[in-house]
Each structure stands twice: as structure tokens, then as C-alpha cells.
Design a protein around this ligand. Structure first.
Ligand code: PEP
Length: 258
């Protein structure tokens, strides 16, 4: 990284682990992780948030994979930000590709959730990224721009300080295929320029833009060596403490002067 932005590494457990496996994963992460300047968060399934939160210590924060954008009421099956905060959650994913493309969440819903997260004082990890057909038809930048503009509609510059953008090309998520460091850098630089045009140069310099899509120990360092890649959102590799911690170490190593 060319600046001193603190890297951000998130572990998205998706719909994986049971209570015992989650506890043991956290124990292993705690015993393997080396101290350093990086923000780390884990995003366990809803039922395990409280239990995992009670086990977390030090630099790892607790994240949720989703939220509903109203407080209390007749929303069967949904979870509000005050419930999440009650469980110790400080960050939440919005717009993950599995929610956009499997569950069918629209840009408008992603925006409502992002705004609700920020109004509640949470960090929002806003996920964006193009699908394979969109990439093949040259629409990567247009899709990223649409999802960033829509996702951040009505978000103030002050609130933007609690936003992390995760660029996750959909074709790379869970597939073993990864964007090249140059392709990731190109997308991230364009997203940062877009943030400068929507907010300010300083907001653009400060925001963390992280990469997601089959990041693993073998490719993390080269991706995070790119000047606009400020960390990673990790799915599969976050379920193995050794791999997750190796990625965290790569993020620590990417800091200028480290
Ligand atoms: C993700 O779930 O956001 C993700 C990037 O998954 P994976 O690392 O498994 O591709």
C-alpha cells in the first residue's frame, strides 16, 4: 500500500461452522495470529454471534453477515442493528454477492441496509463487483460505479469514514479463480477515483477498498502489495485459522514502512 491506511481483513464464514467449530476456530486464530497493525473482523452466522463475541479479545472485532433496515416489528426472520449491537457486533456486510444474486437483493435494499448500519454506528462493509457476463462484455467499471453510487446514496462524508468497500468480482468468489493483482488494482483505483468525485480527495485517500474472491495465503501478498488494495474479504480461507492468519500477516507486510 502506498499510504498508511490500516489494512482491513474480514473473515466471512457464510453459512458454515457449528457452535463448537466456531469456538475452536477462534481459539486457533487467537493462538496463531501475530500482533500488528491491521483491523481484523470475523463474520460468523447469526446464531453464533453472541458466543463468538464473548470469546473474542484484542484486535479482532465481531461482524454480522446481514441486517434488516428497520428497528423491531413485524419482520419475521430478520435481525435489527440494535439486536446485532446487543451481541457485540461492530461491523456488518451489505450487498454481498450471494445476497444480491442468490437472495435477490436490489441496489435499493443494499442502500437501505448500508444507511441503517451507518446510522446505528456500525461499520458497513459494502460489497460490490461484476458477474462473469458483465466482465466479458466490458461492463466491470460500469457495474462497480452503479453499485457504489447506489450503495452510498445518502451517505454523508462523515459516515463514509465507517465504510469499507469490498470489491469482489462475482466470478472469483468461492471458485478458486482470482483477479490478477493488476486487474484488482485497476478496479480499486477507479473506485477510489469515483469516491473522490462523489466526496473529496481526502475521503478517497482514507477509505479502505479491500479485495475479495478466492484470496488465500498463496496470492494475498501480491494482491495486497497493490497500492489501492487495502486488505481482503475472505470466505473459504477464513475457515482455516492457519490460512486466515497467513493472510492477516500478508496484510501487515503490505503496510508502507513495515
Ligand atoms: C466472500 O465470501 O466474500 C469471498 C470472497 O469468498 P471466497 O474467499 O471463498 O472466494
Amino acid at each position: 500500500m502506498s499510504t498508511q491506511r490500516t489494512p482491513y481483513v474480514g473473515g466471512n464464514w457464510k453459512m458454515n461452522t457449528n457452535a463448537a467449530e466456531g469456538r475452536s476456530l477462534i481459539d486457533s486464530i487467537h493462538s496463531t495470529m501475530k500482533a500488528g497493525s491491521v483491523d481484523v473482523a470475523v463474520f460468523p452466522p447469526f446464531p453464533y454471534l453472541m458466543g463468538i463475541g464473548q470469546k473474542l479479545n484484542g484486535p479482532i472485532s465481531l461482524g454480522a453477515q446481514d441486517l434488516w433496515h428497520s428497528e423491531n416489528g413485524a419482520f419475521t426472520g430478520e435481525v435489527s442493528t440494535s439486536m446485532l449491537k446487543d451481541c457485540g457486533v461492530s461491523a456488518v456486510l451489505t450487498g454481498h454477492s450471494e445476497r444480491r444474486h442468490v437472495i435477490g437483493e436490489s441496489d435499493e435494499l443494499v442502500n437501505a441496509k448500508t444507511k441503517r448500519a451507518l446510522e446505528s454506528g456500525l461499520t458497513a462493509v459494502l460489497c460490490i463487483g461484476e458477474q462473469l457476463e458483465e466482465r466479458e462484455s466490458g461492463q466491470t467499471d460500469a457495474v462497480n460505479e452503479r453499485q457504489v453510487r447506489a450503495g452510498l446514496d445518502g451517505v454523508s462524508e462523515e459516515q463514509l469514514a465507517r465504510v469499507v468497500i469490498a470489491y469482489e468480482p462475482v466470478w472469483a468468489i468461492g471458485t478458486g479463480k482470482t483477479a490478477t493483482p493488476e486487474d484488482a488494482q485497476d478496479a480499486h483505483a477507479k473506485i477510489r477515483a469515483l469516491i473522490a468525485s462523489m466526496y473529496s480527495d481526502s475521503a478517497a485517500q482514507e477509505i479502505r477498498i479491500i479485495y475479495g474472491g478466492s484470496m488465500k495465503p498463496g496470492n494475498a501478498a501480491e494482491l495486497m502489495a497493490m497500492s489501492d488494495v487495502d486488505g481482503g474479504l475472505i470466505g473459504g480461507a477464513s475457515l482455516k485459522a492457519e490460512d486466515f492468519c497467513a493472510i492477516i500477516e500478508a496484510a501487515q507486510g503490505s503496510l508502507v514502512g513495515s
